[in-house]
Design a protein around this ligand. Structure first.
Ligand code: ADP
Length: 412
């Protein structure tokens, strides 16, 4: 059976999934795996479609000391124990820069271009490119597709895409890109399938995971995001602060003598829920704790989400629906209830039972603002894109051959 491998190499973990192609559902997930604890207590774990554990292996920190090492071990396990017939690999790539507004078939020229965006996402982009380069070297004939977290937002208006800085910097690529685009695209698509009328209206989607952002959708298209040039802006996250006065960064440099590298590490790893609470970056831990730091971190998280809801509602000229997704959004009824209360001024009326029961619609029937919980599936979105891109490529190549055979001599 033909399969597509989807890989999602983050700053400190590697997730991968395998989908069978064909059959009635077109794409069927058959393996879901990850390597966690890279450099500390590396562990490769994968499950089959039925949840059965296929592998659960730990490594010495020196064996899997970085993300490329994790990719190597996961790849070796897939090759030796699963004997897959891969027809393509789909990669999550965090930054498509100004150039890429859709999933793209990868060749060495595309990789060269994507390498130029490393300074825009220094912790993620190199890790995203590592498996691409490994496949180009070891399986040069295997189609690879890059799916970008920024692509879904590329249709933003000029005012949403700019900072108030000289235009030269915009031309160089200093723009408000927005991220989590694959998640928003998937949720927008699910909205169309499940609630087609609402999908046409003004919707905010809140992707609340260890990374967190919100996106304003008008008729299913992104018009504004809380994230900007990098994935640091906007909402507070597990370990990132979200919106912060650039003056704080200047203060860290001038008064604390911190280097650019030290500040980068600080902003990506030591802030957000973790920094503010002084306890944990995990919302589950904070919700069960009664320390003042835990309470402040949750209060801040909910408060900032409600502030940004106002901003995004302004971008949309009103609001009809609010959707929760990702780890916290899908699983924490308590956080959803607190946010819904803050959205009362926008017309939200929570159905407490539906919320506690994890139903897809969690607003009361009379609620002016509809509230939804829609689980995201970025990997399925990547698999769908990958399949579509290779199918289009095949069609184009077939068209070319047929034209050549017919003697027309030009590309169809
Ligand atoms: P990512 O894909 O960015 O790693 P996820 O979308 O998986 O993140 O979200 C991970 C976060 O979701 C965890 O850090 C945790 O805080 C939160 N989370 C998961 N389950 C729950 C739960 N039942 N209650 C509260 N928070 C949860």
């Amino acid at each position: 059976m033909d399969t597509i491998l989807v890989d999602n190499a983050g700053s400190s973990s590697v997730k991968f999934q395998v989908f069978e192609t064909g059959g009635p559902s077109r794409l069927k997930r058959i393996i879901k795996g990850q390597v966690e604890g890279i450099g500390t207590r590396p562990r490769l774990k994968a499950q089959g479609a039925d949840g059965a554990v296929l592998v659960d292996e730990t490594y010495g920190p020196d064996v899997v000391s970085d993300v490329p090492g994790a990719i190597r071990e996961a790849g070796a396990w897939l090759r030796t124990s699963q004997k897959l017939t891969l027809i393509a690999v789909g990669h999550r790539v965090v930054h498509g820069g100004p150039a890429y507004s859709r999933p793209t078939l990868i060749d060495s020229k595309v990789v060269e271009k994507l390498e130029r965006y490393i300074p825009l996402a220094p912790l993620h982009q190199p890790n995203n490119l590592a498996p691409i380069q490994a496949f180009l070297k070891n399986s040069p004939g295997l189609p690879q597709v890059a799916c970008f977290d920024t692509a879904f937002h590329r249709g933003h208006s000029a005012v949403a895409d700019h900072y108030a800085i000289p235009e030269q910097l915009y031309k160089e690529g200093v723009r408000r890109y927005g991220f989590h685009g694959l998640s928003y695209e998937f949720v927008a698509k699910r909205m169309q399938e499940l609630f087609p009328e609402t999908a046409k209206s003004r919707v905010i989607v809140a992707h609340l995971g260890s990374g967190a952002s919100m996106c304003a959708l008008a008729d299913g298209r992104s018009v504004e995001s809380t994230m900007g040039f990098t994935a640091l802006d906007g909402l507070p996250m597990g370990t990132r602060p979200g919106q912060i006065d650039p003056g704080v960064v200047l203060y860290l440099m001038s008064e604390k003598g911190m280097s650019a590298e030290a500040i980068q590490k600080f902003l990506y790893n030591d802030c957000g829920l973790k920094g503010l609470s002084g306890i944990s970056n995990d919302m589950r831990v904070l919700e069960t704790g009664d320390e003042p730091g835990a309470k402040l971190a949750i209060d801040y998280f909910v408060y900032r989400i409600s502030l940004y809801a106002g901003m995004l509602a302004a971008a949309l000229g009103g609001l009809d629906a609010f959707v929760f997704t990702a780890g916290i959004g899908e699983n924490s009824a308590g956080i959803r209830a607190r946010i819904a209360k803050k959205l009362g001024w926008l017309g939200a009326e929570l159905d407490a039972n539906a919320n506690a029961g994890g139903k897809p619609v969690i607003s009361r029937p009379q609620s002016r603002l509809k509230l939804f919980v829609i689980p995201t599936d970025e990997e399925l979105m990547i698999a769908e894109h990958t399949l579509a891109v290779i199918a289009a490529d095949r069609l184009q190549k077939t068209g070319y051959r047929e034209t050549a055979k017919s003697g027309a001599g030009s590309h169809a």
